[in-house]
Design a protein around this ligand. Structure first.
Ligand SMILES: [Zn+2]
Length: 203
């Protein structure tokens, strides 16, 4: 038997290291999370471990839209009610959900699962642009709508994709930067308003 005066918990050390794979989690928050799980939330921790193992085993990428899916092709991509001539490019599954919530788009999607970010070493290959190109030139898609974020990286990504697709004769459009619905102009920043003015459409 070990007579070590300070009992070391190897399992705890391993948990602390494991938690640090999460974005924004440093040593202190890893410790806070681990103590919380072990002290107050043992049933929840067990469920977390099982859910994680199950998700790792069952979740993959849809062969068409690149979103998370359990089947080879996800339900949205299989739906006969979607307009297969439109392909909307978004950065994340959360962005796809936001566009879906508007109920104003019935086309298809391609989820980049990221954005071009040379400073972080994220290049065209890392966000599946070869697969996007194959998808956009499959003969069904008539127009690609770029709905990446209006950040520097999102704009650069949209620009890159447009340059990639235009020479192949594919119509490319960019969503307009607008004043949020229900948003009062007073509270919208000047850049958004000026862009909204530039992107104005006739009524
Ligand atoms: Zn899909």
């Amino acid at each position: 038997l070990s007579k070590s005066p300070v009992p070391t918990a190897k399992g705890l050390e391993r948990l602390l290291q494991a938690l640090r794979v999460l974005p924004g989690v440093g040593p202190r928050s890893a410790q806070r999370m681990a103590f919380h799980l072990l002290q107050h939330e043992r049933a929840g921790a067990d469920e977390l471990a099982r859910a994680l193992a199950e998700a790792l085993a069952s979740v993959r990428r849809c062969a068409e839209c690149n979103n998370f899916a359990e089947d080879e092709v996800c339900a949205l991509c299989r739906s006969p009610r979607r307009d297969r001539s439109l392909l909307c490019v978004v950065e994340t599954p959360a962005d796809l959900a936001v566009v879906e919530q508007t109920l104003s788009y019935s086309g298809m999607y391609f989820v980049l699962m990221g954005r071009l970010s040379p400073l972080d070493g994220v290049g065209p290959r890392d966000i599946g642009l070869e697969r996007l190109l194959a998808r956009a030139t499959d003969g069904e898609v008539q127009e690609v709508i770029l709905a990446t974020n209006f950040t520097n990286e999102g704009e650069a990504t949209a620009h890159y994709i447009a340059e990639m697709l235009r020479p192949r004769g594919i119509r490319v459009s960019r969503i307009a930067r607008g004043v949020p619905l229900g948003g009062e102009l007073e509270y919208v920043d000047a850049g958004t308003i000026s862009q909204a003015l530039l992107d104005r459409r006739g009524l």
